[in-house]
Design a binder for this molecule. Structure first.
Ligand code: C5P
Length: 227
């Protein structure tokens, strides 16, 4: 079955405060978007739709064409929306008719290794309607209201969600068509629509670059690659 990857890169980067939309902020000599796309193009072949901030479509396309190698014909760029969910919806609208499996990936998870894509795709091939990479939660988590701890939360039941998140195309399309609220990831939307979503092992390198400290971490990782 044909695969499509929607790379959402339309965020403003307010929390990063680096003076440019986040996807265009440099890590080393190259941008967050470049590194994210290098991972996407090293994963199994797929249509790649990049969702860019308004006015930066041309920059996103140049970045993609420079990174795509022999996959240039698979690339397109659309403009994103006010929220991540609106940006994903714009990307879904640009998928080819024959795409049957969709992966939605945060450009901000710039160092995600191709093996994470492979695990998510394998879970869908094995029959899951949806599959997402997760990591165990390291911190002890509290439910807090105002300044009071109100509940014990069992850490063993929790996991941190990463991307790429993969779904059968019709499942994701229908979940977006019926969505009545804003969610922070696609798995939540699909679960709300009544579908089971499988968990596969994530990778610490798939962390989301959100703050200046995250950007520093990415810089260090690229400067001193693992042996
Ligand atoms: O804001 P957050 O960190 O959840 O963003 C995750 C991803 O969604 C980022 O890659 C960001 O570029 C993208 N995004 C988007 N459109 C928005 C907001 C976020 O494409 N309006």
């Amino acid at each position: 079955p044909r695969i499509g990857v929607v790379v959402v890169a339309a965020g403003s980067g307010t929390r990063l405060a680096a003076g440019a939309p986040k996807a265009f902020v440099g890590i080393d000599g190259s941008s967050i978007l470049h590194h994210a796309l290098a991972g996407v193009f090293a994963a199994p072949p797929a249509q790649v739709v990049i969702v860019a901030p308004e006015g930066r479509e041309g920059d996103a396309l140049s970045e993609a064409l420079a990174t795509a190698g022999d996959r240039r014909d698979l690339v397109s760029v659309v403009v994103g929306g006010e929220t991540r969910q609106a940006s994903v919806a714009a990307g879904l609208d640009a998928l080819w008719a024959d795409v049957e499996i969709v992966l939605v990936h945060d450009a901000a998870r710039a160092l995600t290794p191709p093996e994470v894509f492979e695990r998510v795709i394998a879970a869908i091939h094995a029959g899951a309607a949806g599959a997402i990479p997760v990591l165990p939660v390291i911190d002890t988590i509290k439910r807090v209201v105002a300044d009071e701890i109100v509940a014990v939360v069992d850490r063993a039941e929790l996991a941190a969600a990463q991307t790429p998140q993969g779904f059968r195309r019709h499942v994701l399309d229908e979940a977006y068509a019926s969505a009545r609220a804003e969610f922070t990831d696609d798995a939540a939307l699909v679960a709300e629509a009544g579908h089971a979503v499988a968990a596969v092992p994530g990778n610490p390198l798939a962390f989301k670059i959100t703050t200046a400290a995250d950007l520093d971490r990415a810089r260090h990782l690229l400067a001193a690659p693992a042996p």
